[in-house]
Design a protein around this ligand. Structure first.
Ligand SMILES: [Zn+2]
Length: 637
């Protein structure tokens, strides 16, 4: 809305590594960025919001090979998953940068060349303790083990000694300049505690940075020395300028650079707060205003990671709750600088209590009363009394606070403030009991006033929650008969009382259904088992054609048949729940498919050494029969 505004705002997420699949961590960073970006737009800024993927490096090369794919095929696939997830979560980014895009590669090569020419990049030999898993040489200050090796502080694996020809970035030359910059810009790293970490790291001495590899083929080649490819961070960090048009859309770049905030997980702080400003200083670019390191979501008190297998799949939560509940929970639960623990109980409590009860019920009740008592028209009647004016008065104070909190990226505090106002509205209705007033025609004027006040308050609530819950905010405004999204109104122009006379409202629908924890966990378990079988797991299943030799009913049951089958190498006994579909004599002599390598189970006292495959049609089992000339024991693939 503010494309002509002279106030601009540029926000980024890190680019996500395509060797990973999207999880709550990525989701969290991206939701924070989206909420801030939406707020800034409402506040009159012209905003550019960049996200994307980091696609080069050894790990991607390796994973792709393991999956018999090319690296770019793997990247394409994972990018699709990220984009689908961002769509489902209502992430409204302006550009999705991929480091394999030509515009990025060319930009990096150009910057590389120019730093090389001015002497900030030089060629040398590098030897060090190298962590293959994290693809970096360990810092010097990592202590030696007894056997002279080093253990990677990030992943705990033993590092190897590596020596290779490499280009170096003259990081050591920027030590003093960086320290001066931090001193002059104490807000550059947030939260403050993290700034202290960064300063002491730089004070401990900076060594030149190896920025190319000859051992990694999947990377951006160095111009005129193509045995070398640009190494992870020099490649990845430059996405923040190439994704903004550096070297392909100068107008865009000039308008938005430098970044107002790079949002990152605290684990990549050093790269963003030390290497990145040094690269930029060398290239002569202005420096970003802020690098914000947010905390991690822990599961069972440990960091979620693919290797630990405790990654939460946001898609499962989205399928059940929709995007706003997840956005709300992640932003409400903790301040963005701190760690949080994700628990299903905590999540469902928030959904049921804050969303379904406090907000959802308020909307539902108010809108239904307007429908029932005033035919859906918002009708301002009777003069406002002192207690009615209180809602409007409080709105002014609340608006100022919420603006401050959003501006400070204190999203959890903004939400707390909004919910405290929601409680005030709920209390206003509880105190005035409009549903009782409605029983007597004499009170109609008073009733109209109360519902009018409540509708005004709901309208501003819809506005306030928009950055965090855009879907619900749009719905609330639609119920209220506003034919626009809250996004279209400027924060500074928001008033308590902005309805047209006799505004027509719409019938509300339920915003947040209540959820039962047990039901949800069951659903999640089901989705997980369905979602996680991969080809390797499928390959583990031994499926064979079996020739039915005998069939009889299992005594004392209506549904079970006991089958004796031949697999050519052996005979097996199976129990199948098909007695209502097939008579035993129908089956003898037929050939069916069975899973051979299932653990045997005992059903009604009879052992079943395998399982028969059948189609389920209207609750009934239907076997697939093979023709006579298919030998028993043939593999089913
Ligand atoms: Zn490591």
């Amino acid at each position: 809305m503010a494309e002509n505004s002279d106030k601009t705002f540029y926000i980024t997420t890190p680019i996500y590594y395509v060797n990973d699949i999207p999880h709550i961590g990525h989701t969290y960073t991206t939701i924070i960025a989206d909420a801030i970006s939406r707020f800034k737009k409402m506040d009159g800024y012209d905003v550019f919001f960049l996200t994307g993927t980091d696609e080069h490096g050894q790990k991607v090369e390796k994973s792709a090979a393991e999956k018999s794919m090319t690296p770019i095929e793997l990247a394409d696939k994972v990018v699709m998953r990220f984009k689908d997830l961002w769509k489902a979560l209502n992430i409204d980014y302006d550009y999705f940068i991929r480091t394999t895009e030509l515009l990025h590669e060319k930009g990096v090569q150009k910057i590389f060349k120019s730093l090389q020419r001015q002497g900030d990049i030089y060629k040398g030999d590098y030897q060090g303790h190298y962590c293959v898993s994290d693809e970096y040489y360990l810092p010097e200050d990592v202590p030696l083990e007894k056997d002279g090796s080093k253990i990677c502080p990030d992943c705990g694996k033993k590092a190897i000694i590596l020596k290779e020809e490499s280009y170096f970035f003259r990081l050591s030359a920027y030590e003093k300049k960086l320290l001066d910059f931090y001193a002059e810009n104490p807000e550059f790293v947030r939260p403050q505690s993290r700034m202290n970490e960064v300063v002491s790291f730089v004070k401990s001495g900076l060594r030149d940075l190896s920025i190319t590899r000859t051992t990694v083929k999947w990377g951006i080649p160095v111009l005129e020395d193509t045995d070398h490819s640009v190494y992870v961070w020099f490649d990845a960090l430059h996405n923040y300028v190439t994704g903004l048009g550096y070297d392909w859309n100068l107008g865009l770049f000039v308008r938005f650079w430098p970044a107002d905030v790079h949002l990152i997980g605290k684990d990549i702080l050093r790269f963003h707060a030390v290497f990145w400003p040094a690269f930029l200083m060398a290239a002569g670019f202005d420096l970003p205003k802020c690098v914000y390191g947010h905390g991690w979501w822990l599961k069972d008190e440990t960091k979620m990671s693919k290797s630990k297998g405790n990654v939460l799949d946001p898609q499962v939560i989205l399928n059940t709750f929709g995007s706003d509940s997840l956005r709300y929970f992640l932003l409400r639960e903790i301040p963005i600088g701190l760690d949080g623990n994700f628990s299903h109980e905590g999540f469902i409590h928030r959904v049921n209590s804050d969303l379904a009860n406090d907000l959802g019920n308020l909307v539902q009740r108010t809108m239904t009363m307007i429908q029932n008592y005033f035919g859906g028209t918002i009708t301002e009647m009777d003069k406002a009394e002192k207690e009615d004016k209180k809602l409007a008065k409080e709105f002014k104070a609340v608006k100022t606070k919420i603006h401050q909190y959003y501006e400070d990226y204190s999203l959890n505090k903004a939400l707390e403030e909004i919910w405290s106002y929601i409680n005030t509205i709920n209390k206003y209705l509880a105190d005035n009991e409009p549903w009782k007033l409605a029983k007597n025609e004499e009170n109609r004027g008073r009733l109209g006033r109360i519902l009018y006040q409540a509708a005004c308050a709901l309208r501003v609530i819809g506005y306030f929650v928009y950055p965090v819950m855009p879907d619900s905010a749009d719905k609330i405004w639609t119920f209220l008969g506003e034919n626009k999204s809250p996004a279209g109104q400027c924060f500074s122009e928001l008033q308590f009382d902005q309805f047209k006379p006799k505004q027509k409202t719409r019938k509300p629908e339920i915003l947040f259904p209540r959820v039962d924890l047990k039901e949800f966990l069951k659903e999640e378990e089901k989705e997980k088992t369905m979602a996680t079988i991969n080809f390797n797991e499928f390959k583990k299943m031994d499926l064979r054609v079996a020739h039915i030799l005998e069939a009889e009913k299992v005594e004392g049951t209506d549904k079970l048949l006991k089958l004796k089958v031949d697999l050519s190498t052996e005979q097996r006994q199976l129990v199948a729940g098909v007695a209502q579909e097939y008579a035993p004599e129908e089956l003898v002599g037929k050939k069916i498919a069975i899973i051979v390598n299932l653990e045997p189970v005992v059903i009604r006292g009879v052992e079943s050494q395998g399982m028969v495959l059948a189609a389920e049609v209207g609750g009934k089992a239907v076997f697939a029969f093979y023709p006579d000339d298919v030998p028993a024991g043939s593999k089913v693939v």
